[in-house]
Ligand binder design. Sequence first.
Ligand code: NAP
Length: 329
Amino acid sequence: MPKRILAYGRLSDDQLAELARDFEVDVFERLDSANDSAFRTALKGAHGLIGSSLAITSDLLDEAPELEVIASISVGYDNYPVDELTRRGILLCNTPDVLTETTADTGFALIMATARRVVELAEFVKRGDWQTSIGEAQFGSDVHGKTLGMIGFGRIGAAVARRGALGFGMKVRYSNASPKTELEKELGAERRELDELLAEADFVCVTVPLTPETHHLIGAREFGLMKRSACFVNIARGKVVDEAALIGALETGEIRAAGLDVFEQEPLSPESPLPHMANVVALPHIGSATHETRNAMAQRAVDNITRALKGQRPISPVNAEAWPTTQDE
Ligand code: NAP
């Protein structure tokens, strides 16, 4: 009997056909109350799950006694109970690398947009307010030659810093769990304690994963340490930042602007003042959202689940310790 996969993420027809060559595949285009009971029934015989938007709870795992692998179509895995999956012997895989450059592009777009007030001034033109030559009231600040402070200096952090250092002649400072000596050499980057980095940077860009240690890593105290002229960019996860403190810092002018791809609550609550603030550029979590990259992420997830269910080590396991050593190649 072929193993059974439940697919609830966006996979192309070719990717679904590829899975169907080796497995039985049940496709749930979207998960909602209308198909919840069908999904839960299908879970009972599922060996693999592939997708990205499902909350994996103990309840749900109890209903999937055959489950061997979850292939998430994302690099972040803060929404998965990794320890519990490991205890149950369920392998979790993610999609690092293939989205690094695209997410860094989004980060740099936010750096440029906040510094040069791109969205605010495009709206100014759209409203018909461009009646005479622009003056100081519309000036922004330079990006080239400024200091870029990276909080998190992993794959995406390094890719943002590369754009800044090599494309815009920026000085790079970083705060990261471990030192990154190769990147220091490559980019002239210097490691700083977080507080020092916040005080020194013209642009602060967050790329740490969301973990218990990074939850609300940036709050009122940290905004108070930044320059009043600083632009703050978050392309990591909303909960790394205390959003109420961020709103306060933007309202009082403690920092100049914010470029945000991620929020504490997504989709953003209609009550949030953030999208209405002139000094905020708010995006709907589009870090990796290009045709090419979403396709590459889906393909990585297909490759991961195929390998795992065939007893081969997947390309990017999160909890490799859940992989039975007897199956190691
Ligand atoms: P990564 O390569 O693992 O980089 C994360 C970096 O953060 C690592 O260098 C790590 O340090 C550092 N770090 C972890 N915990 C830390 C802490 N408590 N204090 C200081 N530094 C810490 O991951 P990545 O591929 O760059 O992705 C980073 C995150 O971006 C993901 O987890 C995801 O949440 C987010 N993301 C968002 C989007 C989007 O759509 N906006 C898209 C992709 C990813 P070490 O190197 O020492 O371990």
